[in-house]
Write a protein that binds this ligand. Structure first.
Ligand SMILES: CC(C)(COP(=O)(O)OP(=O)(O)OC[C@H]1O[C@@H](n2cnc3c(N)ncnc32)[C@H](O)[C@@H]1OP(=O)(O)O)[C@@H](O)C(=O)NCCC(=O)NCCS
Length: 180
């Protein structure tokens, strides 16, 4: 598996993975697939060291998953904070793809001088909680009843990972995240 920056040729694969969650899941609070112009705009807004978009490519060129960083806020004093996204194709989950993508994203965030990465995880997404905890994220709060999708009102867990401490390996991340 190779991790590399996303390019325009990846947009169909990236949004095939994402749109499944848009239309059938609650991992994202987007409810409508993006238009071709919005997809291109998404890619254009993810080209800088602080806002990377990366893909996990399997032998043969199959995109198994993608990840990105976005600004937490457009207010300047939040510039040290970014939010991550990680999406893995349903056929390739549970095999380490999400972990490798998140490791790469955290390394890029650190090199870019970011201070903290935030993750918003909807209630009832144990895979995402486990993924983030395995990489040293900790839960810092629950935003209660902030979302509504498919007729369900949803809580969102807010998690953070501070980058000004040594980057833990997966085992250290588990200890940090799960209090082991
Ligand atoms: C969340 C997601 C990205 C995880 O990707 P993945 O490739 O399946 O994850 P990995 O195989 O790399 O596993 C990472 C860690 O999470 C754990 N994990 C993965 N799936 C899990 C599950 N269903 N239940 C519990 N733990 C799980 C793994 O055991 C691993 O922990 P470890 O490193 O301590 O062994 C993937 O399930 C996904 O794309 N889900 C839909 C989109 C989504 O929810 N994105 C996150 C939005 S906040």
């Amino acid at each position: 598996m190779r991790i590399r920056e996303a390019n325009a040729a990846d947009l169909d694969a990236i949004f095939a993975i994402y749109d499944r969650e848009v239309l059938t899941g609650t991992a994202t609070f987007d409810t409508e697939p993006k238009s071709p112009a919005e997809r291109a705009q998404w890619l254009a807004s993810h080209g800088s060291p602080r806002t990377p978009a990366i893909v996990a490519e399997l032998p043969g060129g199959v995109v198994a998953g993608w990840a990105s960083l976005s600004p937490w806020s457009n207010r300047c004093a939040y510039a040290r904070a970014a939010e991550n996204s990680v999406y893995v194709h349903a056929d390739h989950r549970g095999r380490g793809v999400g972990g490798v993508l998140l490791d790469d994203l955290l390394a890029r965030a650190r090199r870019a001088g970011l201070g903290v990465i935030l993750a918003r995880v909807v209630e009832g997404n144990p895979a995402s909680v486990a993924l983030h905890e395995s990489r040293g994220f900790q839960t810092i709060g629950i935003m209660r009843r902030v979302g509504e999708k498919f007729g369900r009102i949803l809580d969102v867990r807010l998690m953070d990972r501070h980058l000004d401490s040594p980057m833990p390996g997966p085992a250290a991340g588990r200890r940090a995240g799960r209090g082991e």
